[in-house]
Write a protein that binds this ligand. Structure first.
Ligand code: UDX
Length: 462
């Protein structure tokens, strides 16, 4: 099928690349010319396992193209994905101005053929109908132009109105395994009220539903959940809010464990074996971050507020998460007493491993608070250290390896659970430190091994 993906962030680029790899003809549109140039030269602007290889294969096969030309993309696609960002405003509301601009642009360029317009971005509940209106505004704008220039009539506008439908198709991909998640989804959610549009979407996803590119191709087809527009939009928010709450829950349990002398890792195992609970997303630590959980939970709280409902549980999940990030500082204070003048080394900066994404990373709050208290903060991150990314990192010295990091440190803090951190030479690092304190913010390291080389090990709830 012919597909156009507008917006080449995490969601858009991964969707475009994977759908082209699955056999569709895809044009990805982005208004950032520099980014488009990079992608035209075969370079993904984000780090994501497998993405670059698949991008290259699809481009070579002639099924994947990048452009800044929205008209070209709209003309090409039978299915048009809106995959631009919906960042949180300071109030917690979603900033939908990029979605609005794209929907208007699509309306401006609709060319008569039937199109399915897909909301792939996480948009506020009710956006499906709103997008439809904005597209129609765009069509009307164009119509006005045509009338002024004497190039068309009202009948053309009427024709265009009937020739598109809006579908909500939220994504559930995780950064760091976005390509894997696209080809091995737990479910595909499609919301809409047009049978024709929903059928086209099912055809689009059939290679994925039939597990043609899945790790285990013998599994039964992927579950398709077909709903109305608002329910599909709500599924995305509810899924992220549930997962975020589950983490805040175990973090709260961890904080109680710390006080009563229990070990949260054992508690998580004990409760996770209950099949109603499950063991995933029960890793206590410094809390959730990234581009999705914080923004989506706040947006859902805000939507509830708009409808005069106070989402108390979700608000608590957010406040537990805020407090959790700063527990690291409290733990450091307990070990080192005064932090002023102390050298603190952070192992990891990103909000989770296998990504270069620093959006809403707990490390940023930790750095800010430590700097405020007069500590000198250094950090080593397997990806950030090698990249040129330094946004928000002006208060931290980014070291190029773990040993340089350890040099003269009064304490180390494990912030991100990068696999590489399991095999560092901690004995050598300990020898370079002023004092051997390790705050394991993810309960990730080998406590016994660290203690045996003289570290004072402090975990989260154990
Ligand atoms: C998340 C959702 O998982 C995905 O379905 C959605 O589409 C986008 O948001 P992502 O932000 O990539 O994906 O990260 P995820 O792996 O879910 O982790 C989110 C945060 O929770 C990270 O900061 C991670 O460190 C933290 N986390 C996760 C925990 O603290 N404990 C856990 O047990 C799991």
């Amino acid at each position: 099928m012919r597909v156009c993906v507008i917006g080449t962030g995490y969601v858009g680029l991964v969707t475009g690349v994977c759908l082209s790899y699955a056999g569709h003809e895809v044009i990805c549109v982005d208004n950032n010319a520099e980014k488009v140039k990079l992608m035209q030269n075969g370079q993904p602007p984000i780090y994501e396992p497998q993405l670059s290889e698949l991008m290259q294969a699809s481009t070579e096969a002639g099924r994947l193209e990048f452009t800044t030309d929205l008209a070209k993309g709209v003309d090409h696609g039978e299915i048009l994905f809106i995959a631009v960002g919906t960042p949180a405003l300071p109030t917690g509301e979603s900033d939908t101005r990029y979605v609005e601009a794209v929907a208007k642009g699509i309306g401006n360029h609709l060319n008569g053929g039937y199109k399915v317009i897909v909301n792939k971005s996480t948009v506020p509940i009710g956006s499906g109908d709103w997008v439809r209106m904005i597209v129609l505004d765009g069509v009307a704008e164009r119509q006005k132009e045509l009338v002024t220039s004497g190039g068309g009539g009202v009948s053309q506008l009427e024709g265009m109105k009937a020739q598109f439908d809006v579908v909500s198709n939220p994504e559930f991909l995780r950064e760091g395994s976005a390509v894997y998640d696209t080809f091995n989804p737990d479910r595909i959610v499609l919301g809409g009220n047009s049978d024709k549009a929903l059928e086209m979407m099912q055809e689009l996803y059939s290679p994925i539903v039939n597990r043609q590119f899945a790790e285990d191709q013998s599994l039964p087809p992927v579950d398709l959940v077909v709903t109305d527009l608002s329910s599909a939009e709500m599924i995305k928010y509810a899924a992220n809010a549930f997962l975020a709450t589950k983490i805040s829950f175990i973090n709260e349990v961890a904080n109680i464990c710390d006080r009563v002398g229990a070990d949260v890792t054992q508690v998580a195992k004990g409760i996770g074996l209950d099949s109603r609970i499950g063991h995933k997303f029960l890793q206590a630590g410094i809390g959730w971050g990234g581009s999705c959980f914080p923004k989506d939970v706040s947006a859902l709280v805000h939507t509830a507020d708009d409808y005069n409902y106070e989402a108390q549980l979700l608000k608590s999940a957010v406040s537990v998460n805020k407090r959790q990030r700063l527990l690291i500082v409290e733990k450091l204070q307990k070990e080192l007493k005064i932090l002023k003048g102390k050298v603190i080394g952070l192992l990891g900066l990103t909000f989770k491993p296998n990504t270069d994404d620093m959006r809403d990373a707990p490390a940023l709050n930790i750095i800010q608070e430590l700097s405020r208290l007069g500590a000198k903060v250094k950090a080593y991150d397997p990806i950030i250290s090698q990249s040129g990314i330094r946004d928000g990192l002006s208060d931290v010295i980014v070291e190029t390896d773990a040993e340089r990091l350890a040099d003269h440190c009064d304490a180390l803090v494990l912030v991100t659970d990068w696999q590489q951190f399991l095999s560092l030479d901690y004995e050598k690092m300990a020898g370079l430190m002023n004092s051997r304190v390790m705050i394991d913010g993810r309960n990730f390291l080998d406590r016994d091994a660290l203690q045996s080389i003289g570290f004072r090990y402090v975990g989260m709830g154990r």
